[in-house]
Design a protein around this ligand. Structure first.
Ligand SMILES: Nc1ncnc2c1ncn2[C@@H]1O[C@H](COP(=O)(O)OP(=O)(O)OP(=O)(O)O)[C@@H](O)[C@H]1O
Length: 252
């Protein structure tokens, strides 16, 4: 579903992503992790067709994204952590507008359960200015899922969501994967990734430093630490582990 071969992205002469190759199959959820500036957003922006790669081949559902961008983009959705909406369209008008752009016939049949799943049914007539940040994020997600994308990219999907929203977002991601979508999530929240991802790719300085199933990656680094993704992240990126905060002793 997602095939990346030798993806390289330069900004001027700065190499942000260097010879990255990987694939995500239907039903898999890949966690893309790495320190600040590792190249995660750059990778996702290339994969979503927002910025062109300098080199490399990107295929979405077998379609070459660079030479055939429109059919490839019809198969994908990209959710950034910053919801961007039209100030003067209501929730319902956003959905109608998006459905028209993506040529989704009979969109109302899809929007009702989507709005219910995201718990914003009662906000249908509201403008973005009347929505909380989390609700805006949910509206963006409802719009992005309208055309039933087979490939979904999330850049920090939990920003701004409340605990119930976080739980529902995790469930939504897993539901889409069970339905056969190929999903990539970029996040610094390693516990989220451990819960929802089947695979993980650790980037550092634009390069792949480790990839495999979550279990493989945890195992690989467990000899020199705990058997979890946080330990694997610290070891793979050779970051110094921050010592745990010890609460001060309370004296009666
Ligand atoms: N438009 C741009 N022009 C020049 N350099 C850029 C541009 N966008 C990103 N970079 C650089 O490319 C590198 C990778 O940035 P990117 O945003 O992909 O990292 P990231 O892994 O998503 O980081 P973070 O975890 O902080 O969001 C960084 O060194 C960044 O400064």
């Amino acid at each position: 579903m997602i095939e990346v071969q030798g993806l390289t992205k330069l900004y001027g002469d700065f190499v942000a992503v260097n010879e990255l190759s990987f694939a995500v199959q239907a039903g898999q959820v890949l966690g893309l992790v790495g320190p600040n500036g590792a190249g995660k957003t750059t990778t996702l922006r290339c994969l979503a067709g927002i910025i062109p790669p300098t080199r490399g081949s990107l295929r979405i559902c077998g379609i070459d994204l660079v030479s055939n961008p429109i059919p490839a983009k019809k198969e994908l959705a990209f959710f950034t952590d910053e919801p961007r909406l039209f100030d003067y369209l209501t929730v319902e008008q956003h959905l109608a507008f998006t459905a028209r752009i993506y040529q989704v016939a009979d969109y109302k049949r899809i929007t009702e359960p989507l709005l219910a799943e995201l718990e914003i049914t009662d906000k249908k007539d509201k403008l973005p200015g009347e929505l909380s940040r989390g609700m805006k994020q949910k509206l963006v997600i409802a719009c992005g899922l309208l055309h039933s994308p087979k490939v979904i990219f999330f850049d920090e999907p939990l920003t701004g969501l409340d605990p119930i929203g976080i739980r529902r977002m995790k469930d939504s991601i897993l539901k889409r994967a069970r339905e056969g979508a190929a999903i990539i999530i970029s996040s610094h929240l390693l516990h989220l990734l451990e819960e929802v991802c089947s695979h993980v790719l650790i980037l550092k300085g634009g390069q792949n430093v480790a990839d495999g199933t979550v279990e493989e990656i945890k195992q690989k680094f467990s000899e020199t630490g705990e058997n979890n993704l946080e330990n694997a992240f610290f070891q793979a990126t050779a970051e110094t582990r921050v010592p745990p905060i010890v609460p001060p002793a309370i004296t009666p």
